[in-house]
Design a protein around this ligand. Structure first.
Ligand SMILES: NC(=O)c1ccc[n+]([C@@H]2O[C@H](COP(=O)([O-])OP(=O)(O)OC[C@H]3O[C@@H](n4cnc5c(N)ncnc54)[C@H](OP(=O)(O)O)[C@@H]3O)[C@@H](O)[C@H]2O)c1
Length: 506
């Protein structure tokens, strides 16, 4: 495929996928339009797709191949990261096909199989296909069963078939296991790719680079020096038009189960023997296995629902008044939990995880907060504006790292110390913009490289952590309301104040 953007020095995505195609289910959905189809174009644009690459869309629309290609074209023009090149698009569009069908209808899968086999002959996809399920999770079992029964999940010798599923991976431990059984009835474990798009973010991978490529952080990366770790994913928007998805799921299942526990695992894990999938997963699983649940869930967790109010100068409705949300909903839009790890490195260090909608600003960060110096040879007045040292991985936006430490205030008659920040911004040090997480992850699926995809054990361990908390919340009635534009309910402040600490204000 034409390669107008590829810089020969660009070693971030060094490999080009071999002959293959993607069958995308749910092409009319939000995720497909905003993320997946644009990422496929961006990969083509950067020269990472094979010349005969094929994209097959599957949806219940009366479209032909040209109609679907026009949809992809619009999605690409609107959402792709890289510039539009007519020649790249032309080559990509030659491999675009459409199958009209309902996910429940076996006949549609027979048509899909015909299309896939035709592509193998005409485009040289050589029997290598990804089935990307960008569909409501309730439909995973029916699609996987049809893929199996139609023979689509079964590769011939020398071919491969892979399946991609989006979170949520179940809604508790039992349903996660059920999902695994369904997936594993048709695909081998190494053919199953669970997408947690946070793991595709450069800034998340950078946690491992910073920790393990340098000497100055690891010696202090433990309970001797670290006071606490705060992992925050905050959104300033509400649920938008996603009531159907969000109600009954809530903040803990939507964000803590996957993104935040993965961030915790990367922050806390031991150095892996290597960065191959098996070794990284082993270390992450050790962290998740070492989690000690809060002794008293009521005291060490908090949850809430955003109330009507103002945000950014605009009046906003509360969660219970959102379209499609019943006034009796007990789904939380804010969740915070305090966990500890039973291992030598982290004994006694609380990990505070919080996420919510309609909070003060959109930000995701991991803040490692250090202990105060054991002795400060200054007057109380001199250090009254000194807080704790912190190293903050800014995952999004403003991707980078901040180090906060005390420094002398210039020009004061006595030696006064105040917090200052040292900032590393990706944009200042690297000229290229980072690839979208979906670019990285889709290419890894095509290459069959799984380090950034959680396997079933990690998913199960995460549910083991969350299930008791969710069960307790289910018994305890309505979540507390919190002000839109603030930082969550009073119980979240109380929870951390009981430990003599306070939340960072990102
Ligand atoms: N959106 C995000 O940012 C996001 C983030 C993380 C994970 N996810 C996950 O990604 C998946 C897709 O999310 P989404 O937001 O794109 O969902 P969505 O907008 O609700 O789209 C769902 C897709 O499934 C199709 N579909 C539903 N029932 C069907 C049927 N019986 N036959 C054929 N097609 C059917 C829909 O087609 P119709 O147009 O015909 O209804 C639509 O294309 C979900 O698993 C979601 O949990 C989404």
């Amino acid at each position: 495929m034409a390669n107008p953007l590829r810089d020969p020095r660009d070693r971030r995505l060094p490999k080009v996928a071999g002959p293959c195609g993607i069958v995308l289910f749910g092409v009319t959905g939000d995720l497909a339009r905003k993320k997946i189809m644009p990422a496929i174009y961006d990969l083509a644009n950067r020269g990472f797709l094979p010349p005969g690459f094929a994209l097959v869309g599957f949806a219940r629309r009366q479209w032909d191949n040209e109609d679907f290609a026009a949809e992809v074209h619009d999605a690409v023009r609107e959402h792709a990261r890289t510039p539009f090149h007519e020649d790249v698009w032309r080559q990509l569009s030659e491999g675009i096909r459409f199958v009209e069908g309902d996910l429940n209808d076996p006949v549609s899968y027979a048509q899909l199989r015909d299309v896939v086999e035709e592509l193998d002959r005409l485009r040289g996809t050589m029997g290598n296909h990804v089935f990307y399920l960008s569909i409501p999770p309730g439909l995973f079992p029916v699609v996987v069963t049809h893929l199996k029964e139609s023979g689509l999940s079964e590769p011939a010798a020398g071919e491969w078939r892979r399946v991609v599923v989006e979170k949520p991976f179940g809604h508790d431990l039992t349903s996660a296991r059920d999902l695994d059984h369904v997936l594993e009835s048709a695909f081998r474990p190494d053919e199953i790719f669970r997408i947690d798009h946070y793991l595709g973010k450069e800034t998340v991978q950078n946690i491992l680079a910073v920790r393990f490529a340098n000497t100055m952080f690891e010696p202090i990366w433990n309970g001797n020096f670290v006071d606490n770790v705060q992992i925050t994913q905050a959104e300033d928007i509400g649920i938008g038009g996603r009531a159907g998805y969000y109600d009954g799921i809530g903040a803990a299942r939507d964000v803590i189960q996957n993104h935040l526990l993965q961030l915790m695992a990367l922050t806390a894990m031991e150095e892996p023997l290597s960065f191959d999938a098996q070794q990284v997963r082993v270390e992450k699983e050790k962290v998740l296995s070492a989690v000690r649940l809060p002794g008293d869930i009521d005291l060490h967790t908090a949850r809430g629902q955003y109330a009507a109010g103002w945000q950014g100068g605009v009046p906003v409705v509360g969660f219970l008044e959102e379209d499609g949300i019943p006034a009796t909903s007990t789904t939380e839009t804010f969740a915070a939990i305090r966990l500890t790890l039973d291992n030598r490195r982290w004994a006694g260090v609380p990990f505070y995880l919080r996420t919510g909608k309609r909070l003060g600003r959109r930000v995701t960060e991991v803040a490692v907060v250090f202990k105060r110096a054991p002795h400060l040879p200054f007057s109380d007045y001199a250090v009254q504006e000194l807080s704790d040292n912190a190293l903050v991985f800014r995952i999004q936006p403003d991707e980078g790292i901040t180090v906060r430490f005390g420094s002398k205030v210039p020009g004061t008659p006595t030696l006064e110390v105040r917090d200052v920040s040292m900032d590393f911004q990706y944009g200042d040090s690297f000229v290229d913009t980072s690839p979208e997480a979906y670019e990285k992850l889709i290419l890894d699926v095509l290459l069959g490289e799984p380090p950034l995809f959680p396997r079933s054990t990690e998913v199960e361990l995460s549910w083991r952590i969350l299930d008791p908390i969710l069960d307790r919340w289910a018994e305890s009635g309505r979540p507390e309301q919190y002000a839109s534009g603030g930082w969550g309910p009073a119980s979240a402040y109380d929870m951390i104040a009981r430990d003599g600490r306070e939340w960072r204000r990102p």
